[in-house]
Design a protein around this ligand. Structure first.
Ligand code: 0RA
Length: 655
């Protein structure tokens, strides 16, 4: 948690005054401002790096790497190495120009010191290059320094190796020359401050995912990630000569593309560089990655809006040109041309403006028209030159339109039955009495018998029960109209209260905890996956906002005299049993939720004070999409491989 100003030690201001006395001839007003600058960062870290939890911690690494990427984008660097060392020390090296070492004319200390101790000093002095750093939170490496217990910087420049060290943002000594060097570049090594961060345990996969993304966006640049924390070091090298074309190919690897190769274009207009790669597959969902200056704009923005306009316009243009208007008269909508689309859009812009709650939406208005005109022209050129691919793409979009028209009718039908409207909650929902979504919980329970126990065992003030019969429709293989025709899914949508598709509205969510409760067997695991797939594809906002959970019922009841023990794994069971000197105990293996009586179900799985809930999160959208495509799609071979490779985990499900 971010520490509030009040919690910070009161001595900070004094320390700020004391520090320059190590070097009293540098004791001037500007120096004090510098130190105060970093104190502000330590007081309100959240303002600079978003949070002091795991995402904030990873942000430190990204901040340094972004500076290396700037060197790469300016054409001076093609090798970046990131190391997680024992004790969670991070080291980031590049072969860029090296941070300038000469005395900064305005501040009177080395530029290295300015860059590392002054907020916003990351600015590359207006050399006209596009920049990643300073984009999202506009911070720079000084923030990393401020939030590190210690930080060391090595600069290879002008034939020399320069070195400087800091403690909690304050220089230990001025920049010094350590010796000669034939190399060029910068190495920043730091230990994040445990006084600031909730945790220092970097997640390898999270860092790998971002570094891979950066490698795709900066074609040719070699980025190495090395984890030296465990006995067995782990290393991955990311380098893609094909850039975002390879990104799209990776995303569509497990799907069936409709094209020979991705559509790709890059062009600069009015100082804005527009680059995109896209491919259509025979799937139903859309996968989009949009970037502005290598920052992942998860909420999209003007660049994506501009692109969508161009895509819809160009496809409608060729639909008409190729005579498809006879087949479907209605114009294709934005949604129609998005089905099965995999798109990577990357733009470079001199002054990006990031908006939205998470600052992940591009706001620059001038970008919209520029992207539309570049993309429209390039798409039309491709459609002219590749008639066979174009036909397949248009036919795919027509299918989407037909399904949409059918879904509209189906929806109207369902609505008439008022299943989706507030008027009628599903009959089998045992709702809770509270109307406060914050405290309300919805248990999605497998089967009517378990549903019955859950209904009796629950706390009816805040716990609602929705029993689902059997297996719901696999949404990965089915269009929305058919999905809606499944009464179980319709009941689920209606209970949740947000609607579906374009009408989805998260504000209407009736429960802030939606808990999937299935048997601990293969069928239960399958049902769980089906429900997860439904949320992932149709209500991702529920997952993104942390509202979806999985309940963990116990596997065993062990009775010893009058005492009862529940075990949630084999290991736990063995541990419990070992503790009994005598043999007078019995073990009951729960095969399903239905075997538990209402009281047991409450004690073990539903009581907030005692239960174990797993929160569902989709950290890495690329991997999640891949897993759902494999598990629920119609390609048998990759599914077989996935299950084989993960056989251990699958077994675990069926302990
Ligand atoms: C300030 C100015 C220049 C480069 C850098 C900072 C710089 C910072 C970092 C942090 C990690 N690696 C870095 N590489 C460079 C411009 C250099 C020039 O104009 O010579």
């Amino acid at each position: 948690m971010a520490k509030s100003a009040a919690e910070m030690p009161a001595t900070k201001e004094k320390e700020a005054e004391k520090a320059p006395s190590q070097n009293s001839d540098n004791y001037d007003a500007s120096k004090i401002t510098v130190l105060e600058g970093l104190e502000a960062v330590r007081k309100r870290p959240g303002m600079y790096i978003g949070s002091t939890d795991l995402p904030g911690l990873h942000h430190l690494v990204y901040e340094v790497v972004d500076n290396c990427i700037d060197e790469a984008m300016a054409g001076y660097c093609d090798n970046i190495e990131v190391e997680i060392r024992k004790g969670n020390v991070i080291s980031v090296s590049d072969n860029g120009r090296g941070i300038p070492v000469e005395i900064h004319p305005k501040v009177g200390v080395s530029t290295v010191e300015v860059v590392l101790t002054k907020l916003h000093a990351g600015g590359k002095f207006g050399d006209g290059a596009y920049k990643v750093s300073g984009g999202l939170h506009g911070v720079g490496v000084s923030v990393v320094n401020a939030l590190s217990e210690w930080l060391q910087v090595e600069v290879h420049r002008d034939g020399k190796l320069h070195f400087m060290e800091f403690v909690r943002g304050k220089p230990k000594a001025p920049l010094k020359v350590k010796g000669p060097s034939k190399k060029r570049g910068t190495t920043v090594t730091f230990l994040a401050d445990k006084e600031i961060f909730d945790t220092l345990e970097y997640r390898y996969d999270t860092l790998a995912s971002r570094l891979r993304e950066l490698a795709f966006l900066n074609k040719g640049v070699k980025i190495t990630l090395r984890d030296l924390r465990d006995k067995e070091p782990r290393e991955q090298v990311f380098q893609y000569k094909g850039g975002i074309i390879e990104f799209v190919k990776l995303l569509t690897e497990k799907k069936n593309p409709l094209q020979k190769r991705p559509i790709y274009a890059i062009e600069q207009k009015d100082n804005i560089q527009v680059e995109f790669a896209l491919e259509y597959c025979d799937t139903y969902s859309e996968q989009v990655f949009s970037f502005a200056n290598a920052i992942h704009t998860r909420e999209g923005g003007t660049h994506l809006e501009g692109f969508r306009t161009a895509l819809t316009r160009a496809i409608n243009e060729y639909k008409k040109k190729l005579g498809y208007d006879k087949k479907v008269e209605e114009a294709l909508t934005g949604d129609d041309v998005r089905e099965g689309l995999t798109l990577v859009l990357s733009i470079l812009i001199p002054n990006p403006q990031f908006e939205g709650q998470t600052k992940m939406k591009l706001g620059n208005g001038e970008v919209r028209g520029i992207v539309t005109s570049v993309a429209y022209e390039k798409l039309c050129a491709y459609f002219d030159e590749n008639p066979a691919d174009t036909k397949r793409i248009i036919e795919k979009c027509l299918q989407a339109a037909q399904a949409r028209i059918a879904a509209r009718k189906a929806k109207e039908l369902v609505r008439r039955k008022s299943a989706l409207e507030g008027a009628g909650l599903p009959g089998k929902l045992a709702d809770c009495s509270t109307r406060d979504a914050d405290e309300a919980e919805l248990f999605i329970v497998e089967g009517d018998s378990a549903g019955g126990s859950a209904k009796q065992g629950r706390n009816r003030h805040f716990q609602a029960i929705l029993p689902l019969k059997g297996k719901i429709t696999n949404v990965e293989k089915t269009k929305l109209d058919k999905v809606l025709a499944d009464g179980e899914v319709a009941a689920l949508i209606s209970a949740i209260g947000c609607g579906i598709g374009a009408e989805f509205n998260l504000d209407k969510l009736r429960y802030h905890k939606i808990i999937i409760m299935t048997d601990a067997d293969v069928d239960g695991a399958h049902i769980q996956t089906l429900i997860l797939t439904f949320f992932f594809r149709h209500m991702p906002q529920i997952i993104e906002n942390g509202f979806l959970y999985i309940a963990r019922p116990p596997l065993y009841l062990i009775t010893h005299g009058k005492d009862k023990f529940y075990a949630y794994s084999d290991a736990e069971k063995n541990k419990i049993v070992k503790a009994f000197a005598d043999d007078k105990y019995t073990i009951q293996r729960y095969k399903g939720l239905g075997e538990m009586n209402p009281e047991q179900l409450w004690e073990t799985t539903m009581d907030p004070a005692r239960r174990v809930l797993l929160q569902v999160s989709v950290d890495d959208a690329v991997i999640a999409d891949e897993i759902f495509t494999i598990l629920m799609g119609d390609e048998v071979e990759p599914r077989r491989k996935f299950i084989e490779q993960n056989a251990k985990k699958v077994e675990d499900l069926d302990l």
